[in-house]
Every structure is written in structure tokens, then in C-alpha cells.
Design a protein around this ligand. Structure first.
Ligand SMILES: C[S@@+](CC[C@H](N)C(=O)[O-])C[C@H]1O[C@@H](n2cnc3c(N)ncnc32)[C@H](O)[C@@H]1O
Length: 229
């Protein structure tokens, strides 16, 4: 079954508090966003950039600081999140697309840089693999995919249970209440389908990426890169 029903409603509820919630709830969130551009080759100058699952534009802002003159496409299924981006970046060279990842279509080779940070964990395994294949096609030669997200095998109890305990501790120290943690876990069970990082690197290779790497990670919070030659 696909993972898209209700995601729009789910993100509607916390659109106004999204950034402060993510900073308190997601360990290393801001470092993970910085990692999206931190480990790119020094001479990399993308002209067209896709932020797939842009949300309220937190990753976009990091990329915009690095590549202010590029053209951007911001795609998300949530009209509420896209509305925040439109207000946040009024003078920028940005095209917006309200669409589900599963239905997204672009011509081949149109982007030099693609990110999909904290977005692809909403997709199940087969959907992620299909999206990786599409992203590879959308990239130009020498194009780069850089993605920060939670990358852990939810099905592996002996790894996953200690991970959840560590995450809960972190969230508590950041001021997350017991009630909020219950909500986070409900959301996690229903809408989040993280997969193991090494498996995802393998999938990137399978769809054609000639070079893949994990330039940054703290535990299962990771940034991965795929480079198309
Ligand atoms: C956790 S937010 C991440 C936002 C941003 N990239 C960041 O780094 O903070 C996930 C975003 O993905 C979008 N999303 C989730 N599943 C989607 C799908 N199947 N198709 C399109 N957008 C989706 C949600 O609407 C939400 O805005």
C-alpha cells in the first residue's frame, strides 16, 4: 500500500510551529540540514535545484544561502507548507509544485542538485527505490543528490528499540513533554518508514549513481550523497 493518504492533514496541524518542534523533537536537526550543502565539492555550482518535500523551507533556506543565484523548484503535497515557503522567499527565483512524490514528473537531466531531506522517510521501501530512480533521471551529468534524514531499519528490533530510547532521552532533554512524545510516536508509527542507511546507499547504486557516500551522521541521523557522473 502507498504511504500518501492523510499526510496533508498531518502536516496541517503543525505548520505554524514546525521549525521549533523539529528542533526540539529531532536530534541534530539543524546540523543535518547544514550537512546537505556542507560536503559538496568546492567547485560545485548548480544552476537548477529541486527541493523534494520542501516543507516550510528550512532545507531550502540552507541551500539558498549557498547557491543564491540558482533557479529552484520546491515540491510538496502540503499546500499549507508551500504557502509558508511562498511567504518566506517572496523575491526568489522559485517555482512551486503541489504534488505527491509518487506522482512527480520532470524531464530528464533538468536539475543539477536535488535534496529530499526529512521527506523520504515518509515513503515505504519500494516507493523510495522508485523515487531514487526518478531523481537519478532528473539529474544532469555531474548532478548531485544530497539527503539528510533518519536512516534506520524500523524492522530490526535489537537496533530499533535502543534507538527509540536514545531518541526519547534526547527529546526529553530538549523539553519535549510526555504528551508530545506520545504524539511523536503515534506520528512515527503511522507516517514514518525509515530504512537502513546502507540499504539506501545500495539502492542509489542500483538506480545508477556512480558514487555514493555518507559524509555526515550522528547515529542513525545521516546525510547521504549520490553523484551522477
Ligand atoms: C518532515 S517534513 C520535511 C520538510 C523539510 N524538507 C525539512 O527538512 O524540514 C516532510 C514534508 O514532506 C511532505 N510529504 C510527505 N510525504 C509526501 C508525499 N508522499 N508527497 C509529497 N510530499 C510529501 C510533507 O507534506 C512535509 O512537508
Amino acid at each position: 500500500m502507498e504511504s500518501k493518504p492523510n499526510i496533508i492533514q498531518e502536516f496541517k496541524q503543525f505548520v505554524n510551529t514546525y521549525t521549533e518542534d523539529m528542533v526540539r523533537w529531532v536530534p541534530h536537526y539543524l546540523d543535518a540540514l547544514a550537512a546537505v550543502v556542507q560536503y559538496l565539492p568546492e567547485d560545485f555550482q548548480p544552476k537548477r535545484i529541486l527541493d523534494f518535500g520542501c516543507g516550510n523551507g528550512n532545507t531550502t533556506e540552507v541551500i539558498l544561502r549557498q547557491f543564491p543565484d540558482a533557479e529552484y523548484v520546491l515540491l510538496d503535497a502540503s499546500p499549507d507548507m508551500l504557502a509558508v515557503c511562498k511567504q518566506r522567499f517572496p523575491t526568489r527565483n522559485i517555482t512551486y509544485q503541489e504534488a505527491f512524490f509518487q506522482n512527480a514528473k520532470f524531464d530528464e537531466g533538468v536539475f543539477d542538485f536535488v535534496t529530499a531531506s526529512f521527506a523520504l522517510h515518509h515513503l515505504k521501501r519500494a516507493e523510495k527505490q522508485a523515487v531514487f530512480a526518478k531523481i537519478y533521471q532528473w539529474l544532469s551529468p555531474n548532478g548531485i543528490f544530497s539527503c539528510s534524514d533518519l536512516m534506520v531499519d524500523r524492522g530490526n528490533k535489537s537496533i530499533h528499540e535502543p534507538f527509540l530510547k536514545e531518541w526519547q532521552n534526547h527529546a526529553k532533554i530538549q523539553g519535549t513533554t510526555a504528551e508530545e512524545w506520545t504524539w511523536i510516536m503515534e506520528h512515527y508509527r503511522t507516517y514514518d518508514f525509515p530504512d537502513d542507511r546502507n540499504e539506501q546507499l545500495e539502492w542509489l547504486k542500483q538506480v545508477g549513481f556512480q558514487q555514493v557516500a555518507t559524509p555526515w551522521n550522528i547515529g542513525f541521523w545521516s546525510n547521504i550523497l549520490g553523484i551522477r557522473n
